[in-house]
Design a binder for this molecule. Structure first.
Ligand code: MOS
Length: 726
């Protein structure tokens, strides 16, 4: 099915199941620990060996030699495979660094060997016995600020240039020129990267934790020079992704290489330290923001110059991205400078670009409101735009940012905020309130599904879509239940298996909108098949209560197949009208109250409110869960999370969950989420958009702005830790 005109009324509109606040159908499996993650697949691939990965101990250079004799002789060891034993494997989609093979080292902890043994402990013990000599390239720099200074005069083609920014900024009566820094951040997902690989008759099966099954299946085929039909990837349950599992990582290729070498199934997990340095992170940024307004507070000039670290060939974290479309302003200059450095691989992490960019932009907006002596909500409302400021011919399909701000302000009690910073105190605590806006695009991807109506009247949906903790199982079941008129518990959903039709996968907050649209398309195809059986026009059929209704006739679904299973498959594909003629995005407003201890500077978040504008909400429970998780991650980014760069050796020193701090429940006392009622007919037939990345956008700035309101101290380098307040 092609989606190339705005969605009209359709069978998914009734809202008997879709749109309801239903608990997730995989909840009991998760809460009883019976949803198996990749490393726990004891039900497959019998005789599994364990591979332990070894990471490089330099950030740049070449391996001179590796001595593996002691490791090979260690108890329980079946094989030792080093990077010198094979040519470089080709890069997978979105990989910036190579994952395995060859002498060259591009970053610290790049995989250089895998030791395979009968137990995890023996593999790990033997791995420690490998001796590696390197020719280290000492010219590499790991200091982003230093690199930025060295490259400040480089000519860079701006991402966007509209009007005459320099002149408008120079002439603006009120202006801000401020620089912000955001540190590297680790996805720190609960489930480490892990894979089990098995080879049989020249075919590779991989049980893994992966967000994008089709991408990674194709990548495995390329890496191991196999036709795609000789590769199967299975990833039914995933313990968090956040972008870390969008593509293949070393666990997958090491397991496959080791299984091929030993002729036995091999499982490999990345130990926690390798998640910081072998796998990817959100790049560091240094962002200069310039905003000029007229005396009434209308933005006349906006400039955002972003610098980030990347390995050669990558793009880093593009903080200037959201500024392109968020606020009005006739003169704009947006620049992104990815600087090649040999820190580990920076790559996509939840709302890549927007998360770091809005951490800066939304503090700059707060500072500007202060200079103008305007309320920060009013300043944002004044600078709203209903057209793409980068291309004023293109309106937003739906944009209710002002409503997010106004509803939020009302609900939060914003007018009781003390506008004078540092002026409200409760006992030992200084109290502050902050606001920030949220912006994130609403992309979609082609997505397919297969739907079966069984003779017993139940429905089975198969798609390679993944559920990374987001609720995909549930909203997909709701879509099929709605379309076929059956109760939710009559729908069984299979996800994450590459044998099923290729889906959008989980990424870029496109998963929910795209995958349900694909299931909708497959259900339309099944309804057409049923109409044929009944010799009816599909338009005349309706489905409810386990029956097909056709005029006065009611046929139970158990009878339409005549004792046979009916199967239909289709996919949704998107015409470019939705991006060419309209700009599709999601919006939000975050409100935060903090307390800052007057003596110690300790910061406590006291309450948070998010108001989100993301089209039709398919399930308010799973959507809320996405947003509160993202708000929590935004608090981490604001107050705690920082990959500490060892600028001598080029690695992140705090590479475990003791040193890399993330919020815990006790840090997050109260969160409220409001979804605006609405639909976006330009998005998908179900008129829904994503929320999983929108939820983190702007959160950290709202926290930082609340800290400023509490204390009068403006911190421009994240995380906002207490030492910066004293
Ligand atoms: Mo997302 S950062 O595309 O998982």
């Amino acid at each position: 099915m092609r989606f190339d005109k705005p969605a009209g009324d359709n069978a998914a509109d009734r809202g008997t199941v879709l749109g309801r606040p239903l608990p997730r159908i995989d909840g009991p499996l998760k809460t009883t620990g019976t949803a198996p993650y990749a490393y726990e697949r004891h039900d497959v691939a019998s005789g599994q060996l364990v591979g332990y990965p070894v990471g490089a101990a330099i950030a740049k250079g070449r391996i001179r030699s590796m001595d593996t004799r002691a490791a090979e002789a260690a108890p329980g060891v079946v094989a030792v495979i080093t990077t010198l034993d094979m040519d470089r494997l080709p890069k997978a989609r979105m990989n910036v660094a190579y994952l395995f093979g060859g002498r060259d080292i591009q970053h610290y902890h790049q995989a250089i060997a895998v030791v395979v043994a009968d137990t995890f402990e023996r593999a790990r013990a033997a791995a420690a016995l490998i001796r590696t000599d390197y020719d280290e390239d000492k010219s590499a720099s790991f200091d982003l600020a230093e690199q930025r200074r060295a490259h400040q005069d480089d000519e860079v083609e701006p991402m966007a240039r509209v009007g005459d920014f320099e002149r408008a900024f120079a002439e603006a009566p009120v202006k801000l020129d401020q620089t912000y820094t955001t540190p590297g951040q680790s996805h720190a997902q609960m489930e480490p990267h892990a894979s089990i690989a098995e080879w049989k008759d020249g075919a590779l099966t991989l049980w893994s934790a992966n967000q994008m099954i089709e991408w990674s299946k194709q990548a495995l085929a390329k890496a191991f020079d196999l036709p795609a039909e000789k590769v199967r990837l299975d990833s039914p349950y995933i313990g968090g992704g956040f972008g870390a599992k969008l593509f293949l990582r070393a666990d997958a290729v090491l397991a496959a290489v080791a299984a091929r070498e030993t002729g036995r199934p091999v499982k490999v997990a990345l130990p926690r330290p390798l998640i910081a340095n072998n796998a990817t992170h959100r790049g560091l940024t240094i962002q200069r923001i310039r905003i000029g307004t007229d005396r009434d507070g209308r933005i006349t000039a906006i400039g955002h110059d972003n610098t980030s670290n990347t390995l050669p060939g990558g793009d880093g974290e593009n903080g200037a991205a959201p500024t392109r479309h968020f606020y009005a302003g006739a003169n704009r200059l947006l620049v992104h400078r990815p600087l090649e450095m040999h820190l580990p691989e920076s790559n996509a992490m939840r709302a890549p670009g927007e998360t770091a960019g809005l951490m800066a932009l939304e503090v700059a907006m707060d500072e500007m409101a202060g200079k103008l002596d305007m309320d920060p909500v009013a300043f944002r409302v004044l600078n709203d735009t209903q057209v793409d400021p980068d291309n004023p011919e293109r309106p937003f399909s739906e944009r209710h940012f002002v409503e997010c701000l106004e509803r939020g302000a009302e609900r939060f009690g914003w007018n009781e905020r003390n506008r004078e910073p540092g002026a409200r105190r409760e006992g030992q605590w200084l109290i502050g309130h902050g606001v920030a806006g949220a912006y994130r695009g609403a992309p979609v991807q082609a997505s397919g599904a297969r739907v079966r109506l069984k003779p017993d009247g139940t429905v089975r949906v198969d798609t390679d879509m993944t559920d990374i903790g987001t609720g995909s199982y549930t909203i997909i079941a709701q879509t099929a239940a709605e379309m076929l008129g059956v109760p939710l518990d009559a729908v069984d959903v299979g996800l994450g298996d590459s044998d099923a039709p290729a889906s959008a996968g989980s990424g870029g907050q496109w998963g929910a909108a795209s995958s349900t649209a694909g299931v909708y398309a497959a259900c339309v195809a099944l309804r057409n098949t049923i109409a044929e059986r009944l010799d009816a026009d599909p338009e005349d059929l309706s489905f409810a209560d386990g029956q097909v209704r056709h005029g006065d006739q009611r046929t139970p679904l158990t009878e339409v197949g005549g004792g046979e299973e009916l199967v239909a498959e289709d996919k949704i594909e998107f015409g470019d009208f939705r991006s060419k003629e309209y700009l599709l995005a999601t919006f939000g407003a975050h409100f935060v109250e903090v307390g800052v201890h007057a003596a110690t500077g300790e910061i406590r978040v006291r309450r948070m409110l998010a108001v989100c504008d993301a089209g039709r909400i398919l399930n308010p429970v799973t959507a809320r869960s996405q947003v509160i998780g993202a708000m929590t991650m935004g608090v981490g980014a604001a107050l705690m999370e920082e990959l500490a760069v060892d600028t001598r050796y080029g690695f992140f020193a705090n590479h475990d969950l003791a040193g890399y701090e993330v919020p815990v429940h006790a840090d997050i006392p109260e969160q409220e989420v409001i979804f605006l009622e609405g639909e976006d007919p330009y998005s998908t037939p179900l008129k829904a958009k994503g929320v999983g990345e929108l939820g983190i956008c702007g959160v950290s700035a709202a926290v930082a702005n609340a800290v400023h309101n509490a204390t009068g101290v403006r911190v421009c380098d994240y995380p906002v830790t207490l030492d910066k307040l004293l």
